[in-house]
Design a binder for this molecule. Structure first.
Ligand code: PGA
Length: 254
């Protein structure tokens, strides 16, 4: 058992996998990961595969997550998906404010906070993503950026809601680049994030929040990253698209 917090390892499939491909992947994961109890395992397929994936993982130790949702209740919002619609497929988690959405869809921390509140109102657990760019790290403003993003994206959450929220630290320069933060860089950022959570909420809440690391997590670096005292899991992109690599990340983390 890892620290006081159970590890949470989530696969973010991003805009990948048809329904048939997704089913293949999840059938393999279900088989390979049966019996793993030490880690909470989540798969986050695209919206189009949620329904079918949800049927396959029912009665398994895999849980379902979505990659985004609207901050609005159902209504006239063309192209959007409401929390209530995710609930229909037994979705438990929702990734919010991924850096790709902050970059390409121009999502602000303010919007992400609204989404986090809407997720909680529907009893979905948000995975709120934050992280600095390479330019920000080189300028030495990483901590300021993380604090700003935390303050903005978690605004309005109660202590109870925060305790049920996951934070994913994903340095933008490490996403899909093959460059992983060193274990020390990851631990330092996670410890800083926990310190900010103490000041925004309180010590007890900060101790409960799981902080995932994301950015080029692979079977080869998972064990060392997950062994850090403030690293409570991983948000995995590329390596979550194959049964072997995602399974090995989880098995190497136990
Ligand atoms: P990566 O992506 O594992 O492919 O670097 C991580 C993420 O963006 O969640």
């Amino acid at each position: 058992m890892h620290k006081d917090r159970k590890l949470l390892i989530a696969g973010n499939w991003k805009m990948n996998k048809t329904v048939a491909e997704g089913l293949d992947l999840v059938q393999g994961l279900r088989r390979e990961l049966a019996g793993v109890k030490e880690v909470d395992i989540v798969v986050c397929p695209p919206y189009t595969a949620l329904s079918e994936v949800s049927k396959i993982i029912m009665d398994s130790n895999l849980r379902l997550g979505a990659q985004n949702m609207s901050e609005q209740a159902p209504g006239a919002y063309t192209g959007e998906i409401a929390a209530a619609m995710l609930k229909e497929f037994s979705v438990r988690y929702v990734i919010l404010g991924h850096s790709e959405r902050r970059q390409f869809q121009k999502e602000s921390s303010e919007l992400i906070a609204k989404k986090a509140l809407a997720a909680h109102a529907a009893s979905l657990k948000p995975i709120v993503c934050i992280g600095e760019t390479l330019e920000e790290r080189e300028k030495g403003v990483t901590e300021q950026i993380l604090e700003q993003q935390l303050r903005g994206s978690l605004a309005g959450l109660s202590k109870e809601q925060m305790a049920e929220t996951v934070v994913a630290y994903e340095p933008v320069w490490a996403i899909g680049t093959g460059k992983t933060a060193t274990t020390q860089q990851a631990q330092d950022a996670h410890a800083f994030i926990r310190k900010v959570l103490v000041s925004l909420f309180d010590d007890a809440v900060a101790k409960r929040v799981r902080i995932q690391y994301g950015g080029s997590v692979k079977p080869a670096n998972a064990r060392e990253l997950m062994s850090q005292p403030d690293v409570d899991g991983a948000l995995v992109g590329g390596a979550s698209l194959e049964v072997r690599s995602f399974t090995d990340i989880i098995k190497n983390s136990i």
